[in-house]
Design a protein around this ligand. Structure first.
Ligand SMILES: *[C@@H]1O[C@H](CO)[C@@H](O)[C@H](O)[C@H]1NC(C)=O
Ligand SMILES: *[C@@H]1O[C@H](CO)[C@@H](O)[C@H](O)[C@H]1NC(C)=O
Ligand SMILES: *[C@@H]1O[C@H](CO)[C@@H](O)[C@H](O)[C@H]1NC(C)=O
Ligand SMILES: *[C@@H]1O[C@H](CO)[C@@H](O)[C@H](O)[C@H]1NC(C)=O
Ligand SMILES: *[C@@H]1O[C@H](CO)[C@@H](O)[C@H](O)[C@H]1NC(C)=O
Ligand SMILES: [Ca+2]
Ligand SMILES: [Ca+2]
Ligand SMILES: [Ca+2]
Ligand SMILES: [Ca+2]
Length: 602
């Protein structure tokens, strides 16, 4: 009898209890959680035994426990030999026996606590999140944002500013992320960028763009931004006279605080304008990339333009065509080129936006604390890219402005985007004039960002090409043998941007098509014909840019082709090839038009 359990009756009762609880245990293991607030008792106890380890072992074995170890002081961790691991009721018998033992001063059955791993991810619960098809879609036709959030990147610590017509800073879905230090009112010269309210809600553009980046998550309101934990500000600069100074002031707001500037505006998309930043805005870009973010460089994200219907070329827009801007185009939900999309060789990548009437649009914050599901155009694409770039920056705060472009080139992909213009370039990447390198991929870019080593300082190799004036005729082809500045500090072995700076005159500019073919055979369309462009002003040292030869080796034969698509009725007054560079330098040209228009849908 001495070796048997001291409380046989209690012991049997416990076994019975165990049998009864058997099926319940199975249910718990298969995922059923106890009702909210209900305690789950384990088969372990915390026991206080001042008499030392040996005594604790004796107590444990006497009462049917295993001593699982010593915590600290005189506390021991006991596990019962026969009780079930999890139960919805406590085990009074075992508790009473422990308490009655004179060697035990205190005992407590341990309760299982709800503990979430800190990195456990929960999908946003916001009511409109399910309509944000472009952030997460079970058919994978999305920007892979949820996968980036699951890796823990939500924009925390990154500051984005929307340069537009203001931002509703007290919008209930923006307020929590609003950053007054990333905001200013350049139109009125005050720190408050609140939009001017009109009957037609003309000034809703900036507030809509802001919500795409950083609408707050899990607040029961509207949807979420791509980088829903980023700080968001706005610069009110489009609601008034836009001058070179207004642009420059906006582009250089607080560059040690703001990481990413998102702009969805530019010269008129009428298909006949050739215009870009003037003196001050040009300096603001240069200053931003050299001094901003402690010298890593401000990141400027730009909408490529809405002039598709007018057959506009985004290479005639000096803001998107600039090497300092990450130029973003759009795809429709079904993967088509939208009717408003402009094709050109300076576009880097694509995000989703609106398309035909049967395709969904973008869900975001709207004026007067509202929520809209009808944000449209490339206007809507640039902020989505800015949000994804904010996630990448959170993954690696050390990225330079050029690193970010490298990451975009490497991680964007053609996915299901449709066009007959996909070409494989000299390093095996698919690239198109409508989509650049394709759809941004939030998960891919944060993953690569984490391990990315910064690129070496930029080199700029300029190849001067002084030619005699020549007739363009129907077709002019110029071959250049390029050594890429070998033997100098400017030797370029792997390309980033390529600029072809052209000065030419022609009776009808819109009839010209210009192509640049790299030694690897990559054919960039620097300019496609623009039927509305009847100007006879030609191009004055315009720096046509292409991203299509990224990572190619520039050494070898380059060909430039200038073609008159109208045939004999036109006359070419001649051409002066001034210089053509393979580089990352600044585009230098003079422009006199200062009107900038938001990329509205006409
Ligand atoms: C936001 O501020 C404006 C005044 O600037 C006010 O009219 C509006 O009611 C405020 N909205 C909310 C949601 O508080
Ligand atoms: C804005 O900047 C000022 C001055 O640098 C600083 O004192 C303040 O804390 C900042 N506010 C926010 C919200 O970051
Ligand atoms: C950031 O980059 C610089 C050079 O690009 C490098 O020297 C430095 O170690 C990097 N810092 C981190 C934290 O990666
Ligand atoms: C340039 O090279 C191509 C073939 O590589 C040739 O067909 C063309 O005639 C050349 N053009 C000139 C102007 O030499
Ligand atoms: C190229 O054109 C610019 C301005 O149009 C001029 O300043 C420069 O001297 C020209 N360079 C050559 C090599 O002709
Ligand atoms: Ca104001
Ligand atoms: Ca929300
Ligand atoms: Ca345009
Ligand atoms: Ca650009």
């Amino acid at each position: 009898m001495a070796s048997g359990p001291p409380y046989p009756f209690e012991g049997r009762k416990l076994q019975l209890l165990e049998l009864l609880l058997g099926p319940l245990l199975v249910l718990l293991v298969s995922g059923l959680e106890p009702a909210l607030g209900q305690k789950v008792f384990t088969n372990t106890w915390a026991v206080h035994i001042p008499g030392g380890l040996e005594e604790a072992d004796q107590v444990a074995s006497k009462h049917g426990f295993i001593n699982y170890g010593h915590a600290f002081g005189d506390y021991y961790h006991f596990r019962h030999r026969t009780l079930v691991k999890r139960s919805l009721s406590d085990h009074r018998g075992a508790q009473v026996r422990l308490q009655k033992d004179p060697r035990v001063t205190w005992a407590e059955q341990q309760v299982s606590k709800q503990r979430k791993k800190r990195d456990t991810y929960q999908e946003p619960l916001d009511p409109k999140f399910k309509d944000q098809w472009y952030l997460y879609n079970s058919n994978h036709r999305d920007l892979n944002a949820k996968a980036a959030w699951q890796l823990g990147y939500t924009g925390k610590g990154v500051v984005v500013s929307i340069l537009d017509d203001g931002i509703e800073k007290n919008h209930s879905d923006l307020m929590e992320n609003y950053d007054p230090n990333a905001s200013y009112d350049v139109n009125d010269g005050d720190p408050d960028p609140q939009p001017r309210y009109t009957q037609l809600n003309d000034n809703r553009h900036g507030t809509r763009c802001a919500g795409e980046v950083a609408a707050v998550a899990n607040n029961g309101i509207c949807g979420v931004g791509v980088a829903y934990n980023a700080k968001i500000g706005g610069v009110r600069m489009l609601d008034g006279e836009v001058t070179d100074m207004v642009e420059a002031q906006s582009l250089s707001l607080n560059p040690q605080h703001i990481d990413i500037y998102s702009a969805s505006w530019g010269p008129e998309d009428d298909g006949k304008t050739v215009d870009g930043p003037a003196k001050l805005a040009k300096e603001a870009f240069l200053h931003g990339v050299t001094e901003g973010r402690g010298g890593l460089g401000s990141i400027f994200v730009w909408a490529s333009g809405n002039g598709g219907r007018e057959k506009d070329s985004c290479n005639c827009d000096g803001y998107t065509n600039s090497i300092y801007t990450l130029s973003i185009s759009s795809s429709t939900q079904n993967g088509n080129v939208p009717w408003y999309s402009e094709a050109c060789s300076s576009t880097l990548a694509t995000t989703y936006s609106s398309g035909n009437l049967n395709e969904k649009q973008i869900v975001t914050t709207d004026l007067k604390s509202k929520c809209t599901d009808s944000h449209t155009g490339t206007s809507a694409s640039a902020p989505l890219a800015a949000g994804i770039i904010a996630l990448a920056l959170e993954a690696n705060k050390n990225l330079t402005w050029r690193d970010m472009q490298h990451l975009v080139v490497r991680t964007s992909h053609p996915a299901h985007l449709l066009t007959n213009d996909w070409r494989t370039n000299g390093v095996g990447r698919k690239v198109s004039h409508s989509y650049g390198y394709g759809l941004l991929d939030a998960r891919a870019i944060v993953s690569l960002a984490k391990t990315w080593t910064s690129v070496k300082p930029q080199r700029k190799c300029v190849i001067p090409m002084v030619c005699e004036p020549r007739n363009i005729g129907a077709h002019l082809s110029i071959n250049m043998s390029v050594d890429a500045c070998i033997g100098t500090d400017s030797h370029v072995t792997s390309l980033e941007h390529v600029q072809a700076r052209l000065t030419l005159s022609y009776n009808r500019r819109g009839n010209l098509a210009i192509h640049l073919i790299s030694p690897a055979g990559t054919r960039s369309t620097l300019l496609h014909p623009r039927p509305h462009d009847y100007s006879s002003e030609g191009f004055n040292d315009w720096a046509f840019m292409t991203t299509h030869s990224w990572d190619e080796n520039p050494t070898g034969k380059w060909t430039m082709e200038i073609e008159n698509v109208a045939g004999a009725s036109d006359y070419g007054k001649g051409i002066t090839c001034n210089e053509s560079g393979f580089k990352l330098g600044c585009c230098v040209y003079v422009a006199c038009f200062l009107n900038r228009w938001p990329l509205s849908m006409k």
